[in-house]
Ligand binder design. Structure first.
Ligand code: SF4
Length: 271
């Protein structure tokens, strides 16, 4: 057997380490003895003497059979997912005329409209849409200044009103995205408290979005770096009542197809 090309290691006290394999998604904690054996295996291919450990490495994908070509296996998985017929994914761009003018918008002149009111909720239910996403970027003042409507004015109150409407009428789940950068990072707890106060904390799942510098969207270095955001997101996930259990997306996982249009039927309002 040989080490996987996709192993990551991080020291974890007492000379041990945490291993993560980005291809299999396996994570394991090794004590000093096993970590040393693993380091030797990675450095010169000398297989660990402990048979159970060797089998574990293979089962978790930290090691692969000598004849296995991991890159080809990934390519095959990608092709298979692209032509799979078990499920149908549809991405429908209803309009490119967005009614917001968010300060960090990366779409620039290719905008989308986002509306979730009573009429839309009925439509979502009729069409059996099981998930919807809404964005709220902090307190009223903060949200309305970051995400003004095209014609001016804010949307905070309308969003809160519609979330309450969804609680009673929408049959699917609502994911509430809070796009964070340095300007609104301190307001995460405020949004959590608001959801609790309004009785929405059980029906709405809050998660953090990372505002990144696409098309020069970061005004005066306001964006968080990748590590900064990851640390903040981890804190946020661990601070959940269930220790982050329901946020499976918070943990890195292998995906066979990272590009939606590769396996999704995509259409605009005109077809
Ligand atoms: S970021 Fe804001 S302005 Fe840009 S497409 Fe999304 S809702 Fe519209």
């Amino acid at each position: 057997m040989k080490p996987s090309y996709y192993n990551l290691t991080a020291p974890a006290g007492d000379g041990g380490a945490v291993l993560f394999n980005t291809r299999s998604g396996c994570m394991a904690q090794l004590d000093r003895e096993h970590y040393e054996a693993f380091q030797t295996f990675e450095a010169n291919g000398k297989e660990p003497a402990d048979e159970e450990f060797r089998e574990g490495l293979l089962a978790c994908g930290f090691a692969v059979k000598d004849r296995e070509n991991e890159l080809e296996a990934i390519r095959l998985g990608l092709l298979r997912s692209r032509f799979a017929t078990e499920t149908l994914s549809l991405a429908i761009a209803l309009t490119q005329d967005c009614n917001f003018r968010c300060v960090y918008c990366y779409e620039k002149d290719q905008l989308r409209r986002q509306v979730l009111d009573g009429k839309a909720i009925g439509l979502l239910n009729d069409c059996k849409v099981t998930k919807a996403q809404v964005t709220l970027d902090g307190s009223r003042a903060s949200h309305d200044s970051r995400r003004p409507l095209k014609g001016g004015g804010g949307s905070f109150d309308a969003i809160l009103r519609n979330l309450k409407l969804c609680k009673d009428r929408y049959k699917g789940g609502i994911a509430l995205r809070m796009n964070v950068d340095r300007n609104n990072l301190s307001e995460i707890s405020e949004v959590k408290a608001l959801l609790k106060e309004e009785g929405l904390d059980k029906t709405v799942i809050l998660y953090l979005g990372h505002v990144t510098d696409e098309n020069g969207t970061c005004a005066e270095g306001s964006c968080l770096g990748g590590c900064e955001f990851t640390r903040k997101n981890l804190e946020f996930l661990l601070d959940q009542e269930d220790g982050g259990e329901r946020f499976r997306n918070g943990v890195p996982r292998p995906i066979t197809n990272c590009c939606g249009p590769g396996s999704t039927a995509t259409g605009t309002a005109r077809g």
